[in-house]
Design a binder for this molecule. Sequence first.
Ligand code: SRM
Ligand code: SF4
Length: 517
Amino acid sequence: MTTTINLPEKLNKFERYKVEKDGLAVKEELDHFAQIGWEAMDETDLTQRLKWLGIFFRPVTPGKFMLRLRMPHGCITSGQMRTLAEIVQRYGDDGNADITTRQNLQLRGVRLEDIPDIFQRLEQAGLTSIQSGMDNVRNITGSPVAGLDADELIDTRGLVRKVQDMITNNSKGNPSFTNLPRKFNIAIAGCRDNSVHAEINDIAFVPAYKNKKLGFNVLVGGFFSAKRCAPAIPLNVWVEPLDVVAISEAILVIFRDHGSRAKRHQSRLMWLIEEWGMEKFRAAIEAHIGCDLETEAEKDEILWDKRDHIGVHAQKQPGLNFVGVHIPVGRLFAAEMFDLARLADVYGSGEIRLTVEQNAIIPNIPDSRLGAFLREPLLDVFSVEPKPLARALVSCTGSQFCKFGLIETKNQATALIDELDQELDLPKPVRMHFTGCPNSCGQPQVADIGLMGTKARKDGKTVEAVNIYMGGTVGKDAKLGECVQQSVPCEDLKDVLKGLLTENFGAQPRDPECSDS
Ligand code: SRM
Ligand code: SF4
């Protein structure tokens, strides 16, 4: 594929290093890097280009890398989970896996010298981490209950796989898409509850009927960044499932060739759409695919509130169930990963699904096996009936591993939410999302209550604090929340949250007699 990238006259440092050497070039140098060690590597190869292979140098834990996989649609087999468990197990306390807000897995504690062996294992297991970081397309999301949900409209698993294969050249790496102006997110929803957060993706396909035919309306340009958050807007196009790969490819080529590269914070797809106007953008897609596109269907089929999939649910296949288990803030350790894989084998069909709420689902459990499944000790840790605040808690990585983190998130959020769950009775779950900095990886703007890390001054000292967002709605008519309170010191957060939960979500003090702590 020929590329005609629109480079600015003066290149910023990211564009310069991409021009100097393609990100994917480091693929051929892994054995060498493993031999010389990370300390002797060229700095740009180490801190930037390795991300084209999903390998992230962590300045917070130098020498202990993060490996971000690709997990199309959040589907993983028990065998693949075991392979990943074996990989993190060798790192002892440093090793773990986090389920991400894009229904993906990231491994921690990884040593560079082990990467050649790890990549061999991943390939054998049918897994890849290719092009999962920096200016590449992120994990492609889809409904976590595709193929299981009786009310599903389109099973999008095959489509998601095809789009990933197009982008990554069947996981071998695709030079056509290694130099995008910026990161890029794609979601393909076949469900009625918008389980993928369509509105915050650069491209989202959402189910819609046109002339009684089922296909997708297309939304474009959604993104979050430290400087601006924008919900996706209609492309005013309806496409058949068959055309999803071609449309995605066309938009990516247009973004690659025409997207602005001058300023990093103005390089996401929305900026190009605004510069061109939707008509010109749509015409460019038509020119690329060589035919006219149909205008969008009047309404889409996202008509439900969003589900969290926790607990036992009957599948469309009679006699079978999927069970959503709550993984606190998405963090898994090797023993738990082995155990999840075992449960999927013993009770299900050897399959596990991951959700954008950082939880897991085990599908295909027969009615007759449910009782025994629900008695498994792992479910004491990964509950099928978590308390209302823990149930809906999401958290980004935060300062424990991420250099952008202004606050520690996962551990702090879990402890705080556990205390609030002990002290309050709530009529229904409240979706709280913690994110360590304005990059918004934990999506605070989609939450009932979003907490974004910042710093504040208290008693003459700089302390960890949060800006509080409220009003994010998900599912049908999804809407982004807005900042309602700034610079609340983390040490005061519990009382502030108690107030917000009481005033807005019907929280009542819990009767200590009923406490099960
Ligand atoms: Fe993110 C950068 C983690 C989802 C917006 N994100 C980062 C980095 C790579 C920064 C770094 O190098 O340390 C973080 C890695 C930390 C680590 O060690 O784990 C990071 N982002 C994450 C994850 C792991 C959060 C989580 O705990 O689940 C998510 C991984 C998803 C995946 O599997 O690929 C993650 N990041 C998101 C999302 C949510 C989403 O996609 O739905 C967003 C907002 C949506 C969006 O992108 O439009 C998001 N991350 C960012 C941004 C701001 C992008 C921008 O246009 O400015 C950055 C900073 C950047 O890219 O320059 C960022
Ligand atoms: Fe890191 Fe900030 Fe993203 Fe959290 S939101 S993972 S702290 S970049």
